[in-house]
Design a binder for this molecule. Structure first.
Ligand code: ADP
Ligand code: 5GP
Length: 187
């Protein structure tokens, strides 16, 4: 049986990482796809767990040798899915959970078609999104505003995804997403 790819996309601060953690704990055949990035490590993050933290030069070398399934650049940093990591986990017999921006998600669909499931997680409103970003305290106010501006663009592409789920009540959103993924993995 071939491994499948489940992609989570959401405007930054929606609650995607929180939901991903719960889903990964509940579905043992699903493994997190660790992307590469050039952004600075946040407190509590570990190289090789949340991301592979690369220098800009190392990332650009990897682009040149076509080492990414997809990559994009935003907030002035590169983010990309390493071909080698993806193949390693799929060859071990697992399915993958990828946390990607909208462009990355739509590129995965182009490459993998029905072997991939794109899930867009929506905040209840832009006001709530701003509150969650402020509460997380990982970005300066300027960066919060940049992320909110990008949220408009991302929300405008949500209808190209296989499913959209609103993260209002966390437990309800996790349950809904778990059911969608289990149906997809069993199909
Ligand atoms: P993302 O990965 O989408 O950027 P996080 O998972 O880091 O977002 O969540 C952003 C903040 O919002 C965190 O402080 C998290 O605890 C909080 N949060 C997530 N889901 C909910 C929810 N349904 N209701 C209230 N707060 C939430
Ligand atoms: P953050 O800096 O908050 O961890 O992530 C910022 C954005 O980059 C999020 O929307 C996240 O989904 C996206 N992202 C993370 N890894 C990748 C990747 O490998 N490829 C693409 N295209 N986007 C990614």
């Amino acid at each position: 049986m071939q491994g499948k790819l489940v992609v989570f996309t959401a405007p930054s601060g929606t609650g995607k990482s929180t939901i991903a953690k719960a889903i990964l704990a509940d579905i043992p055949t699903l493994k997190f796809s660790v992307s590469a990035t050039t952004r600075a490590k946040r407190d509590g993050e570990e190289d090789g767990r949340e991301y592979f933290f690369l220098t800009r030069e190392a990332f650009e070398q990897e682009i040149a040798r076509q080492g990414f399934i997809e990559y994009s650049k935003h907030f002035d940093n590169y983010y990309g899915t390493l071909k080698s990591e993806t193949e390693k986990v799929l060859n071990q017999g697992y399915h993958l959970l990828l946390d990607l921006d909208v462009d990355g998600a739509l590129n995965v669909k182009k490459r993998y078609g029905n072997r991939s499931l794109l899930l867009f997680i929506k905040p209840p409103s832009l006001e709530v999104l701003k509150e969650r970003l402020m509460k997380r305290k990982t970005e300066s106010y300027d960066k919060v505003l940049m992320r909110l501006a990008r949220a408009d663009y991302e929300l405008s592409l949500a209808d190209q995804f296989d499913f959209c789920v609103v993260n209002d009540d966390l437990a309800r959103a996790i349950l809904e997403i778990k059911q969608i993924i289990q149906r997809f993995l069993n199909s």
